[in-house]
Design a protein around this ligand. Sequence first.
Ligand code: SF4
Ligand code: SF4
Length: 332
Amino acid sequence: MRFPVSLYSSMTRYLLSMRLRGIERYPLVLMLEPTHRCNLTCAGCGRIREYQSTLNKEMSLQECIHSVDEAGAPVVTITGGEPLLYTHAPALVEALLKRRKHIYFCTNGLLLEESVHKFRPDPRFTWNVHFDGTPVVHDQIIGKPGGFQKAAAGMRAAKALGFRVSTNTTVYRETEVSDLESLFVQLTDLGVDGILVAPGFSYEDVTGEVFLTKKEILEKFRHIRTWQDRFPMISNPIYLDFLCGDRHFLCTPWGNPTRNPQGWKSPCYLITDTHYPTYAQLMKDTNWDYYVSGRDPRCEQCMVHCGYEPTVVRQMNGSDVLRMIRWNLRVR
Ligand code: SF4
Ligand code: SF4
């Protein structure tokens, strides 16, 4: 199984309840960034640049829990920054597990080995460790020699304690498909439960030509898509079809809303017009129709999973559902 059955049943119940209640716009995954503080300065990172002046701010534990309750999404991705630097990380995870949320805890892995014992394994809790290439390539991207090995040691420690561990890989313009293939062999040998791969996001605050255009995304992902039965990949196959140019979707910018120390980020995970103090205001005051239309120039090259995977979930037809079930059951 690529995803636990409990995740599918929670998501199905949630989708049905939203439809029965006639709610048109609702979140699927809350992107919670309790702090943007980080122990790395990766070249492609928009967060540490956009929030440079507030890097040391963090949300209180109560603010985090209240935000999770405000959004009501069944899945919470705890990200940042490096969320292992968040003061209340273990207490936050415990509080969300008590609320029966599914948690993906994104980390660069550098502190994982020394921090993992502060958490407890749970079928609803998954570590999501970032690897952008084989050791030399990864260390170059994150600007930290030995970073790959440190994250791999964290991953081994988490697996040994019985945690679910997935990985997240960002594909940049310079990424060699052959290097990704070698990386995925290594991660599979390490016993990873799921490999997520997505194109890099073209953050406004990152300069330089590191991000892919739509055409380049199509070329690279046509290779990557062929590995779905070879590695435990958890990138949604219908979203991969979209990345390969075989399906066409409009964005669902409210599907994965982002909450951080500045408030609720509008309109989406990637671009910022403003922050709202409440989730209700984000939903009421953002001009969703404009962003769905793709008319904003900042949306032109965007195929980011936070915007398009929720569309996949919202628009799945009967044969898509069957395909997803078969795909989830079939791992290599
Ligand atoms: S580890 Fe993540 S948050 Fe930190 S600099 Fe790198 S990409 Fe940004
Ligand atoms: S297309 Fe991308 S940048 Fe535009 S609203 Fe959607 S997620 Fe945001």
